[in-house]
Ligand binder design. Structure first.
Ligand code: ADP
Ligand code: MG
Length: 334
């Protein structure tokens, strides 16, 4: 059974970047305003995520690494909204099957924090009182220590760190009121560091290149309901897009749907191609799209690790966004 659990964990976690993404989402779900991530060896040796969110209650600590243990059914109540967040209650459990996990957490109604260790889905030490602040610190060591085939499949430390840094930058962009940092253990200069001041355009400059900011358009597509041949499509969108003065050798496309970082080749191609008429061949824009749609219209459950999503009325929503983007690009030229 242990082998089965380990294999299942390997299916969900392909590398340190997946583990960190799950933990980062948990910290955001816990209402944190400050999240600090530290890694050693591209996340293989050690990952630490410290947040100032609402914490985990002492009585819940024994359960958090059990499969399908989630507190979020209570929090989100509406079951249909759960689907937006993909699979539930599996992240910490999976990590605990392939790494050594220590959790330290404090809630506001307790005078101290509690720390415990986990292995293979189980708490292996009783919660120990310790000094702390309200929030949670998750410490993950030796990822895939018992899963050498997975470990062999990983890139070099710097390749893995690059993936982590890219993913964390994207979350920092989508959460402008949260101060997020990422650094290598022992390094003084963080790879990612945002202030939480809420100014998205500043974050774009800081995270993706200072040369982007002067050429940035902000497009807010207010909540709209379209009547389509397949029913009505409701959506709201926020886009930060470079104007035709900016072009780069490679495109940067960031897509969030309902607060989750996702990929969609269809949406990406559909929107980036608007630039074909404006930019010389072989040059590219920066485009960040934050989309809100009814939770039940997103399908993320093709495979838990697949971030590629499908959306109802995809083509109609893309067409509307294309038109709006094009209008904005056109008005830049005049
Ligand atoms: P899920 O997020 O799908 O509920 P996880 O395995 O990611 O499942 O986490 C399990 C549970 O652990 C969460 O439901 C939550 O109650 C708790 N948890 C994990 N990380 C944190 C955190 N940083 N702050 C507060 N609670 C957390
Ligand atoms: Mg989670």
């Amino acid at each position: 059974e242990e082998v089965i659990n380990r294999v299942a964990a390997g299916e969900i976690l392909h590398g340190p970047v997946n583990a960190i993404k799950e933990m980062l989402e948990n910290s955001l779900d816990a209402g944190s305003t400050q999240i600090n991530i530290t890694v050693t060896d591209g996340g293989v040796k050690m990952i630490q995520i410290q947040d100032n969110g609402h914490g985990i209650k002492k009585e819940d600590l024994p359960l958090v690494c059990e499969r399908f243990a989630t507190s979020k059914l209570r929090e989100f109540e509406d079951l249909s909204s759960m689907t937006t967040f993909g699979f539930r209650g599996e992240a910490l459990a999976s990590i605990s099957h392939v790494a050594h996990v220590t959790i330290t957490s404090m809630t506001k109604d307790r005078p101290c924090a509690f720390r415990c260790q986990y292995a293979s889905g189980k708490m292996i030490s009783d919660p120990k009182a310790t000094a702390g602040l309200v929030g949670t610190t998750i410490h993950i060591e030796d990822l895939f220590y018992n899963c050498l085939s997975r470990r062999k499949g990983l890139g070099t430390s710097s390749e893995e760190f690059h993936k982590i840094s890219d993913m964390v930058s994207r979350y920092a962009l989508a959460n402008p009121f949260v101060s997020i940092s990422l650094k290598k253990m022992g390094s003084k200069t963080p790879a990612v560091c945002t202030s939480g001041s809420g100014v998205v355009s500043n974050n774009i400059g800081a995270l993706f290149g200072a040369d982007i900011s002067p050429d940035l358009l902000h497009v807010h597509y207010e909540e709209t309901t379209l009547t389509t041949s397949t029913g009505t499509a409701t959506f709201e969108a926020e886009m930060y897009a470079t104007n035709p003065n900016y072009n780069s050798k490679k495109n940067i496309f960031v897509l969030f749907i309902n607060e989750r970082l996702v990929s969609s080749t269809t949406i990406k191609k559909g929107l980036l191609s608007v630039y074909n008429e404006y930019l010389p061949r072989g040059t590219h824009p920066f485009l960040y799209v934050k989309l809100k749609v009814p939770p039940q219209s997103v399908d993320v459950n093709i495979n838990p690790t697949k971030s590629e999503v499908r959306m109802l009325h995809e083509q109609d929503i893309i067409a509307a966004l294309r038109t709006r983007l094009n209008d904005n690009l056109l008005s830049c030229g005049t």
